[in-house]
Design a binder for this molecule. Structure first.
Ligand code: GTP
Ligand code: MG
Length: 208
């Protein structure tokens, strides 16, 4: 899929105030600093559409970006950032939880995981919560430029085993990416494109 336009639309902390157009939407979630905002920039070929930072906790709100005038990418704050106060953490958890549970336009989410690290409980718990609530997601491994291909394969194998040993009967769809080396762009955009096509096909045939 070719990216012809990518525009920032709005930021807010209330799912009810998100854009109300009935367009398919894709959200990026994962631990702080995993590379969500960088990935959005890489996928859209834009340097600073989404704000990135070396320090965790950069993205604080629900950020909507409209792509090719007919679908949305959503940048979210990261979870697991220890320096956030308990009060902020609760507020954050609430609006993100509401976003995932209430956002009807959300057709698929991407849970980002740093490929270098041992599987983290917080990520596995989050994926389990998505599964229990029937929220479709795929996994995106980030920062693949930091490891050699053989090590990447070993880490994927290990991650898959952890998932299968938890609640998953099969390994969810996953992608290997690097925002700095532009790895995985075509694959992720192709996946989004196929979901978009189904979405528009289904709405075309809808009686309403
Ligand atoms: P929060 O908004 O704080 O939750 O973080 P985020 O998940 O949006 O991460 P962000 O995109 O801001 O990136 C965090 C840091 O990781 C930055 O220093 C990026 O340059 C770096 N980074 C992101 N993606 C990659 C990648 O693919 N490879 C490498 N080497 N570094 C990356
Ligand atoms: Mg961010």
């Amino acid at each position: 899929m070719k990216i012809k336009s990518a525009d920032f639309v709005m930021s807010n902390s209330d799912v009810a105030k998100c854009p109300n157009e009935p367009l398919p939407e894709y959200a990026f979630i994962g631990r702080s600093n995993v590379g969500k905002s960088s990935l959005i920039n890489m996928l859209t070929n834009r340097k600073s559409l989404a704000k990135t930072s070396g320090r965790p906790g950069k993205t604080q709100l629900i950020n909507h970006f409209k792509i090719n005038e007919n679908w949305f990418l959503v940048d979210l704050p990261g979870y697991g950032y220890a320096k956030v106060s308990k009060k902020d953490k609760n507020t954050f958890q609430k609006y993100i939880t509401n976003y995932f549970l209430q956002r009807e336009q959300l057709v698929c989410s991407f849970v980002l995981v740093d490929i270098r690290h041992e599987p983290q409980k917080i990520d596995l718990d989050f994926m389990q919560w998505m599964g229990e609530n029937g929220i479709p997601f795929a996994i995106i491994f980030t920062k693949a430029d930091k490891l050699k291909p053989q090590v990447i394969n070993k880490h994927i194998q290990h991650y898959s085993e952890k998932l299968l040993a938890s609640v998953w009967e099969e390994v969810p769809q996953y992608f290997i990416t690097s925002s700095s080396k532009k790895i995985g762009q075509e694959e992720v955009l192709g996946y989004i494109d196929s979901i978009n096509q189904n979405f528009f096909e289904a709405t075309k045939n809808s009686p309403i």
